[in-house]
Design a protein around this ligand. Structure first.
Ligand SMILES: *[C@@H]1O[C@H](CO)[C@@H](O)[C@H](O)[C@H]1NC(C)=O
Ligand SMILES: *[C@@H]1O[C@H](CO)[C@@H](O)[C@H](O)[C@H]1NC(C)=O
Ligand SMILES: *[C@@H]1O[C@H](CO)[C@@H](O)[C@H](O)[C@H]1NC(C)=O
Ligand SMILES: *[C@@H]1O[C@H](CO)[C@@H](O)[C@H](O)[C@H]1NC(C)=O
Ligand SMILES: *[C@@H]1O[C@H](CO)[C@@H](O)[C@H](O)[C@H]1NC(C)=O
Ligand SMILES: *[C@@H]1O[C@H](CO)[C@@H](O)[C@H](O)[C@H]1NC(C)=O
Ligand SMILES: *[C@@H]1O[C@H](CO)[C@@H](O)[C@H](O)[C@H]1NC(C)=O
Ligand SMILES: *[C@@H]1O[C@H](CO)[C@@H](O)[C@H](O)[C@H]1NC(C)=O
Ligand SMILES: *[C@@H]1O[C@H](CO)[C@@H](O)[C@H](O)[C@H]1NC(C)=O
Ligand SMILES: *[C@@H]1O[C@H](CO)[C@@H](O)[C@H](O)[C@H]1NC(C)=O
Ligand SMILES: *[C@@H]1O[C@H](CO)[C@@H](O)[C@H](O)[C@H]1NC(C)=O
Ligand SMILES: *[C@@H]1O[C@H](CO)[C@@H](O)[C@H](O)[C@H]1NC(C)=O
Length: 682
């Protein structure tokens, strides 16, 4: 065992704490893995590492001591910095940077290795808390294996396919890099586990699953299996996206400021969260003369082991600045499942990865996503180009600002049988595409996108809440039919969340007010709903509780029926302003809560009468009076606090909840976090 050196100003050689030869990237797999000396792992949760590559020795990883300046960490083929801040902020931070001097395949594999090696314990915890908890040794094991086989088969097909075409076709080149990076994570993960001397299972198909979390719903339908039998699954996605453009006055001048916000609904056991920055210096194709791609840096809210967000919330920087949010669309049309095919069409993960790196603008992002649509991971996407903010002009004011967007004119053009493009514009002005913001809705067999710029400028906001805006998408997924059966929970224009946004957007003009809107709750609705319903299972019963299930900051642990450790688990906001290159990424982890009001006030009861004179008069009467009065003060104070806090929602705390026995390796107990702005070093 060598000691960890923490010598200020020490050379790299001295602070180097371990060194391994990892192996050589063959076609896509590892040829060899030699484990060197086992090192003590640093305890403070901050790690940096570099993966070096040479043709002779293959891949080698080195871990760096704490005293090093992060900027000076050798780049190798890829370097990474990881902070395990989950206990203090609810997020861990991971940044990975690759070296453009290396071929893309080596960058991708090295990026994967360094991530897997630094985050191996989170990958392990996340798997245990989610997939393995549900599958291993349970009645679902067979179905899980069926899903796993389907994913493995799809990966095998696309890996070899992409390999053949990557040298000439930018899209296939990105698909290939996507899978290489995942293979790299597997190598790094295995290495991390071995280095820690733990005997954890590592299986690459677990990683394929972690990278498909947002797509397995559709695959399950296709395979006729069901891993999430919950009725929650039948409701529209409880996550929401919110795009807002507002005036901001700075030193007397008015600027336009744009915000893209998203909250994510998921199981609380999936709250092993990582904010990631990937600075991947990829090229258009695998030819060594090809140019760098437009999207080099991708920041996103993510999970262990997955190279795309799964929340589908990204900020992409390079030649442009794009922000992207995807909210799931549910399908209620059995016939549509036939369009789901992950062996003949490309799954969502690689398509989003390709769109993020290759798109030059919102329109090309949508077109890349539309190509080879597997029908999995159906979403409504908001895509915003911050660089266009300076170029768009305010359209003429409409007489009536409160008109819902459905009154706008929609001009459609069909691009292919499966892909439609639309421009949404105010009645009075020209139907021009402006490229500031796009809405893209994709379901099995169909993609429909629209330029929203003008509608956004006129209306001031656009919201997505899991109900399709486009008629053809609604019809394909039979949302209208659901609306007839179950009411306005399925209505794009009138659903409770549509109304909450319609009412709430005006006051949501700053970071704080937007976060407040996105996490808004309603205690009255919880109590009322639970008393009014008299059924206890099924979708229609749950719909009766929609008074609660349709608030923006929904918390399934608080309802009375269908109680579940499921709900909003985070809120993210990206904002930027005209005439400014800088953008801000804010992220808040954990289920919504409100702060407790501890203000003291009296409602004119006995309390003011009491004076301390009784304290020192130990007569029987005095004591009794004193205790009585003190007791009354305490009661009044309690009542006041209860009154003031009647709408207060406490932070979610595992140990105080009904779910205290759930498997939750590595998850904080109390979720009372504040928004953070991740500070990146590179
Ligand atoms: C789907 O599975 C159920 C049993 O789990 C079976 O009853 C049904 O016939 C299956 N449907 C199809 C289309 O295979
Ligand atoms: C924002 O500012 C512009 C120009 O300064 C003005 O024309 C517009 O009415 C303002 N919009 C709102 C909603 O205040
Ligand atoms: C590209 O590859 C060719 C052959 O593999 C090599 O001769 C050339 O020097 C390389 N160019 C660069 C810029 O690396
Ligand atoms: C996908 O499509 C191909 C060709 O249309 C077909 O042969 C294959 O069975 C389909 N796979 C699934 C899972 O539907
Ligand atoms: C968007 O980018 C694509 C290439 O990615 C380009 O062909 C197209 O002209 C661009 N559109 C606009 C409006 O700039
Ligand atoms: C604006 O439109 C809404 C709904 O169409 C209507 O209720 C309202 O009265 C209108 N306001 C004005 C000022 O015309
Ligand atoms: C556009 O506005 C005109 C008058 O303001 C109205 O007659 C027409 O029906 C509107 N068109 C649409 C599609 O709403
Ligand atoms: C506006 O839409 C109509 C179809 O409704 C189309 O004919 C026309 O060319 C469009 N105008 C512009 C400027 O795109
Ligand atoms: C918006 O803010 C104003 C002023 O603070 C307040 O009077 C109004 O009730 C708020 N509206 C909503 C819908 O919260
Ligand atoms: C809360 O829910 C109650 C009952 O469903 C409803 O009447 C009230 O308007 C809601 N409050 C807000 C702020 O939405
Ligand atoms: C609903 O029932 C609970 C007890 O089950 C009670 O505490 C609460 O006050 C009731 N709420 C309403 C609005 O009646
Ligand atoms: C607490 O309640 C008092 C009295 O209603 C109010 O003035 C104060 O603003 C509240 N504080 C917070 C943090 O909500």
């Amino acid at each position: 065992m060598t000691k960890i050196l923490k010598v200020v100003g020490a050379s790299w050689l001295q602070t180097k704490i371990s060194s391994y030869v990892l192996g050589i990237l063959g076609v896509l797999a590892i040829l060899a893995l030699f484990v060197g000396q086992i090192e003590r792992i640093q305890e403070d949760g901050n790690y940096a590492a570099t993966v070096f590559y040479s043709e002779k020795t293959g891949y080698r990883i080195e871990y760096w001591g704490q005293s090093n300046e992060l900027a000076d960490i050798p780049k190798g083929a890829a370097r990474a910095y990881f902070r395990m801040d989950v206990e203090t902020t609810g997020w861990s931070l991971l940044e990975v940077e690759t070296n453009p001097l290396f071929p893309d395949e080596i960058q991708a594999y090295a990026a994967g290795i360094v991530e897997g090696a630094l985050t191996w314990s989170l990958i392990h915890n996340h798997l245990e808390n989610t997939i393995r908890e549900r599958c291993d040794g349970t009645s679902l094991e067979k179905q899980c294996n069926k899903l796993r086989d389907a994913l493995d088969k799809s990966v095998d097909i696309w890996k070899s396919h992409a390999d053949e075409r990557g040298s000439v076709d930018p899209f296939w080149h990105q698909v290939s890099l996507y899978y290489i990076q995942i293979s790299g994570i597997f190598t790094g993960w295995k290495h991390g586990v071995e280095r820690s001397q733990n005997e954890y299972d590592t299986d690459i198909s677990d990683l394929y699953w972690l990278n498909s979390v947002g797509e397995v719903t559709e695959i399950q339908h296709k395979l006729n299996i069901s891993l999430d039998a919950d009725v929650i699954d039948a409701l529209p996605d409880l996550s929401s996206g919110f795009l807002r453009i507002a005036n901001e006055t700075v030193e007397g001048s008015t600027f336009k400021k744009i915000y893209l916000a998203q909250n994510k609904a998921a199981s609380y056991t999936s709250m092993t969260r990582i904010l990631k920055r990937y600075k991947l210096n990829y090229h258009q194709t695998s030819k060594n003369t090809s140019e760098l791609v437009p999207g080099l840096t991708v920041d996103f809210s993510g999970y262990p082991g997955s190279v795309t967000s799964q929340d589908e919330f990204y900020f992409v920087k390079g030649d442009h600045r794009l922000a992207i949010s995807g909210i799931s669309l549910k399908n209620y049309n059995d016939k549509l499942w036939k369009e789901v095919n992950i062996t003949h069409q490309v799954p969502l993960g690689p398509r989003v990865h390709a769109a993020n790196h290759l798109a030059q603008n919102v329109s090309s992002w949508a077109h890349i996503l539309a190509g080879s649509n597997s029908g999995t991971g159906s979403k409504q996407w908001l895509v915003v180009d911050f660089d266009m903010l300076d170029q768009v002009n305010e359209p003429p004011l409409e007489e009536n600002h409160s008109r819902h967007i459905n009154n706008y004119i929609v001009t459609e053009s069909t691009i292919t049988r499966d892909v439609k493009h639309t421009v949404i514009h105010a009645n009075s002005s020209i139907n021009r595409s402006k490229g500031l913001a796009w809405l893209v809705e994709q379901v099995p067999g169909r993609t429909h996108s629209a330029d929203l710029s003008e509608a956004l400028l006129v209306q001031g906001y656009w919201a997505t809440y899991g109900l399709p805006f486009f008629n053809d998408i609604s019809e394909d997924t039979q949302i209208h039919h659901m609306e007839k059966l179950y009411g306005n929970v399925f209505s794009e224009a009138e659903s409770p969340r549509a109304v909450l946004f319609k009412r709430g957007f005006k006051n949501a003009t700053s970071l704080d007010s937007i976060v407040k809107l996105m996490r808004q709750n309603n205690v009255t609705a919880i109590n009322r709903a639970s008393n009014e319903t008299d059924c206890d299972s099924g979708l229609s019963c749950m719909i009766d509780e929609t008074g609660y299930w349709s608030v923006l900051g929904v918390r399934g642990d608080m309802v009375h029926k269908h109680k579940e450790a499921y709900g909003i688990i985070d809120t993210k906001v990206i904002s930027g302003m005209t005439n400014q290159m800088s953008t801000e990424f804010n992220a808040l982890s954990g289920p919504p809560y409100t702060k407790i009001n501890t203000t003291k006030f009296n409602k004119g009861n006995v309390a003011p009468i009491y004076t301390h004179q009784f304290d020192n008069k130990p007569s029987i009467d005095g004591l009794e009076i004193r205790d009585l009065v003190k007791h009354q003060i305490e009661e009044a104070r309690q009542e006041d606090l209860e009154y003031l806090n009647r709408d207060v929602i406490k932070p979610f705390q595992w140990s105080e909840s009904e779910y205290k026995d759930r498997k939750r390796l590595g998850l904080p107990d109390n979720w009372a976090f504040q928004p953070i702005i991740p500070k990146w070093s590179w």
